[in-house]
Design a protein around this ligand. Structure first.
Ligand SMILES: Nc1ncnc2c1ncn2[C@@H]1O[C@H](COP(=O)(O)OP(=O)(O)OP(=O)(O)O)[C@@H](O)[C@H]1O
Ligand SMILES: [Mg+2]
Length: 465
């Protein structure tokens, strides 16, 4: 489980992925260079030792070929007495004539392998890793015949020691290089990824509707071009959104006066003594113009809230009182539809600074939605809780829920899940847009969670006084 979580974290972090890639490439290069250096040193060192051994065997054999007598033999032995090598001189029957050091059984196993027919110097043992000696021989000639051989022994222990030291040094150098490379790789990958992370944060903010977000553009490379495109995109969205809001506000403003006339005159017609059909028409005109007037008022309020010209009557208010007031207003219509209301009060009284009427409007909008969109027999649970410095009002229903793809948009103005815009299945799609704006103007948040088939929860958090 833990390993899976770590793998998931690695997969989701570009810094780690890029860092690991750089580290792996550097490690491969370090390994190849280390291996190459090791092989080069070993072959150079071994060939140097073997060369020296062959040369000494050869030069001793040459001297002895000219004077194969005890004086020369003693001279050769004396020459090798204090060297790192050992010389053994054999006669034709592989008997030891002389040696510079004591011949042990370990040496003897090689003496029997002396070749008395080969005319040139021969390698008898070249395995430096597992055998105790490197052994070479060179024949002694006299009158065209082989009369003996010079055998040179070189202990392999110092070779193995030198190789061990070299390996140790390479491992230490490798570890130091890995640490440095890992550090540098992560610094490089962070440098590359940092602007991407800034852009990710900025696009996240834009997606949340914060279109004033700007990304810092530095230089003119592809990453800077991407940042410039993001800035351009957010400016464009801001521009279109501003235009749309201004358009809706203007329409609202333009419609206010004709609507007042429509409503006023239809009201007079309703009260006049015309035919019942005319009165009925006047009633319809009155109802529809009232509906339109509400819509226009909502659009107008929204535009003013956005521009910051809407005035809130802030006062110290008890959340419990506001909720109970809204519940008692909604109770009758809920009862009519057969929807149950369940209220859980807070453990202690919670007060906020807010506009009583507007907070009531938010609560009624959400309760009205519940009444509209959930079926008879369902329950609406209302709870007030304290969460540190905030109070939260949760309104949860057991209705049909909202499709996941619609949740981010239902607080947009005029957005409805049911696209046919029929009056029987919903309103104008402004209720939640206004509610969100009101809550945000109170420095609070409106969080909507919903699961289709299970229900919806609206959570309003407001800072406590
Ligand atoms: N409790 C809920 N359960 C299911 N869907 C909901 C719920 N509340 C809101 N919705 C959906 O969210 C949409 C937007 O709600 P909103 O209150 O903004 O608009 P409306 O109710 O359609 O119109 P208005 O509130 O302006 O009369 C609704 O059209 C509805 O589809
Ligand atoms: Mg509504």
């Amino acid at each position: 489980m833990k390993i899976n979580a770590i793998l998931q974290a690695v997969r989701n972090r570009v810094t780690i992925k890029l860092g690991l890639l750089l580290v792996s490439v550097f490690l491969l290069i370090i390994f190849l260079i280390g291996h190459l250096l090791y092989s080069l040193f070993l072959s150079f060192y071994l060939s140097h030792i073997k060369e020296e051994l062959i040369q000494r065997a050869q030069s001793h054999a040459n001297v002895l070929s000219d004077h194969f007598e005890s004086l020369t033999i003693n001279h050769v032995i004396r020459m090798e007495k204090n060297s790192n090598q050992m010389v053994v001189i054999l006669d034709q029957q592989r008997r030891v004539i002389a040696s510079s050091e004591t011949v042990t059984p370990l040496h003897r196993q090689y003496l029997s392998r002396a070749d008395m027919k080969k005319q040139e110097e021969t390698a008898i043992e070249q395995d430096w890793d597992t055998k105790p000696f490197l052994v070479f021989e060179s024949p002694i000639h006299q009158d065209g015949r082989i009369v003996g051989t010079v055998m040179m022994f070189n202990s392999t222990t110092p070779i193995r020691q030198a190789v061990d030291i070299l390996r140790g040094m390479l491992v230490i150098a490798g570890i130091v290089a890995v640490v440095i490379v890992a550090g540098v790789s992560f610094i490089i990958s962070r440098m590359i990824v940092r602007p991407l992370l800034t852009m990710k944060k900025a696009t996240g903010n834009i997606a949340l509707g914060n279109y004033v977000t700007k990304v810092d553009v530095q230089g003119g490379d592809e990453i800077a071009q991407l940042a410039a495109s993001i800035n351009h995109m957010s400016e464009q969205i801001r521009f279109y959104q501003k235009q749309r809001n201004e358009f809706l506000a203007d329409i609202g403003h333009e419609l206010r006066t004709p609507l007042t006339y429509l409503k006023g005159y239809s009201e007079i017609l309703m009260q006049s003594h015309g035919s019942s059909e005319h009165v009925e028409y006047a009633k319809t005109i009155y109802e529809q113009s009232s509906r339109l007037q509400r819509l226009v008022q909502d659009l107008f309020d929204l535009a003013r809230m956005e521009q910051g010209t809407f005035s809130f009557q802030m006062e110290c208010l008890s959340l419990e009182e506001s909720v109970i007031e809204a519940l008692s207003l909604a109770e009758i219509s809920m009862d009519e539809k057969g929807i149950y209301l369940e209220y859980t009060p807070p453990p202690s009284s919670l007060c906020i600074m807010g506009d009583r009427q507007r907070i009531g409007q938010v609560l009624l909008n959400i309760l009205e939605n519940a009444r509209r969109y959930i079926s008879a027999g369902s329950t609406v649970f209302v709870t007030i809780e304290r969460e540190e410095e905030y109070a939260s009002i949760k309104i949860r229903d057991t209705g049909p829920g909202i499709p996941e793809e619609d949740i981010p948009y239902i607080t947009e103005r005029l957005y409805r899940v049911e696209k046919s815009r029929s009056q029987s299945t919903g309103g104008s799609g402004l209720g939640l847009a206004i509610s969100k704006e009101i809550i945000e103007k109170h420095n609070g948040r409106l969080i909507i969670q919903s699961k289709q088939g299970e229900g919806t929860e609206f959570c309003i958090t407001l800072p406590l006084k």
